[in-house]
Design a protein around this ligand. Structure first.
Ligand SMILES: [Zn+2]
Length: 279
């Protein structure tokens, strides 16, 4: 069982009333911390990361209005990339929520409310929907965000990217996109391509750079003239086929659990620490 399989299992059991349900966090050290993108809705404050069964220190939390991503190189994706690179995030999850206001506000309502704040229509872009990324379906919005992340050149191809929807009332999670399956499928496609016995593809990954030198990343630090993102993008675009390596193997729960000592770390149970509220 991999990390998010354990998270969903524990969440569903906890939501069904199983007070013993939880995630053995120590069993998933190789898959933590998790990087999560959620909406800014304050009703999520008491739910995260409790409903995932994760401790706060293993939960890197990015938020924007509507958990919207507008492009594969958007500022939100840059933050997700840095969360993986700088803070060691191992898996990414876009977690939408039910009853999201960003998905319920019409263009007319937006323009009226902006006007009430002193921002006239003439100050706003022509295509407000595209500009703000407002959406009609919370599910479709999560799928779109996951797709942008998965195809972003600055997100590691071996990083699982999941899509979930949390019920704002009950805290129950729905798994919309299984990031492990996407990686497994990419690995299978690569293996199939190799089996075609295309000599060019088989040697592509072993070949040195055309100038004979080994490609090295820049030593430039963030904030200096040559941005870190600059070389990352260029570097990532060199290889446009899936990685030849097998997808990352998250340590199995059963394997470690069978040998766990009596001094097992405490289980983090969804919904355990904070009282449920009626919103
Ligand atoms: Zn929302």
């Amino acid at each position: 069982m991999r990390l998010f399989e354990a998270i969903l299992d524990a969440n569903h059991r906890a939501a069904a009333g199983d007070k013993s349900a939880g995630v053995h966090v120590a069993d998933f050290a190789d898959a933590l911390p998790v990087v999560a993108l959620t909406c800014i809705d304050p009703r999520l404050n008491p739910l995260m990361p409790e409903v995932l069964g994760l401790p706060e220190e293993q939960f890197i939390w990015l938020r924007n209005a509507g958990n919207i991503i507008t492009g594969s190189m958007s500022s939100t994706i840059r933050s997700l990339a840095l969360a993986c690179v700088v803070k060691g995030g191992k898996e990414i999850a876009v977690i939408g929520h039910t009853d999201c206001r960003a998905g319920q506000t019409t263009v007319l309502q937006l323009t009226e409310r902006f006007a009430a704040l002193g921002v006239n229509r003439s100050k706003l872009p022509d295509n407000i929907v595209e500009f703000f990324g407002v959406f009609a379906s919370e599910r479709q919005n999560v799928l779109k965000a996951v797709d942008f992340i998965r195809h972003s050149p600055i997100i590691g191809p071996k990083t699982p990217v999941h899509g979930l929807l949390v019920d704002i009332q009950s805290g129950r999670l729905e798994w919309l996109v299984n990031g492990y399956q996407a990686l497994d499928a990419a690995a299978a496609r690569f293996a199939e391509a190799i089996n075609v016995q295309n000599p060019t593809m088989q040697t592509a990954f072993a070949s040195p750079e055309p100038d004979g030198g080994e490609k090295k990343p820049s030593e430039t630090k963030i904030g200096e003239a040559e941005s870190v993102m600059g070389w990352s993008v260029k570097d990532a675009k060199v290889v446009e086929v899936p990685t030849p390596e097998t997808p990352p193997k998250v340590r199995l729960v059963e394997e470690k659990s069978a040998h766990a000592s009596a001094k097992r770390p405490p289980v983090i149970s969804p919904f355990r620490n904070r009282p449920r509220r009626n919103f």
